[in-house]
Write a new protein. Structure first.
Length: 158
């Protein structure tokens, strides 16, 4: 599945069912071809805010046209991101190209498109990696590539 196309299709479906929903983030598991991570995803999780202090989580495990998707509603807010638009100017394949041009290595098949709730992030980013291995991010507006540090608190607990 194409990450950005699937996100756009899902957003259309979610907004028709839940017009008050606001997009938070899209997570995907990237595929691999000949040992190289590619921009196609094998599964996605897309998160939305719902009034009042609820979270909608949509999961897609295959092609949305064939297999559909599942939706669950959690009775608590999602506190990790700022809401944003799912329609971004830089698609996932362009972000991967930026990483290659900067000679960084993606350490993980996990990717997230989000606008972190953190003072260091003024724009949404794509992030590869996790709190255990660290990662790389790409600013969707400027294309700047940044190494994301490993969360030291997570490291100490393991």
């Amino acid at each position: 599945m194409n990450f950005n196309e699937t996100l756009e299709k899902m957003n259309t479906s979610i907004m028709s069912m839940y017009p008050m929903a606001r997009f938070y983030e899209a997570q995907g598991i990237l595929g691999e071809t000949d040992g190289e991570i590619v921009s196609e995803v094998t599964e996605m999780t897309i998160v939305y805010a719902l009034p009042v202090n609820k979270t909608l989580i949509a999961r897609i495990n295959q092609d949305i046209e064939k297999e559909g998707f599942s939706v669950s509603i959690v009775d608590s807010p999602w506190l990790e991101d700022r809401t944003m638009t799912p329609y971004v100017g830089m698609d996932l394949s362009q972000a991967i190209e930026r990483i290659k041009q900067a000679n960084y290595i993606m350490k993980s098949h996990n990717v997230v498109l989000r606008h972190p709730l953190h003072p260091d992030y003024t724009r949404p980013i794509y992030i590869w990696g996790d709190n255990k291995v660290g990662g790389v991010s790409v600013d969707i507006v400027t294309g700047d590539v940044k190494v994301e540090e490993v969360n030291k608190n997570s490291e100490e607990k393991n």
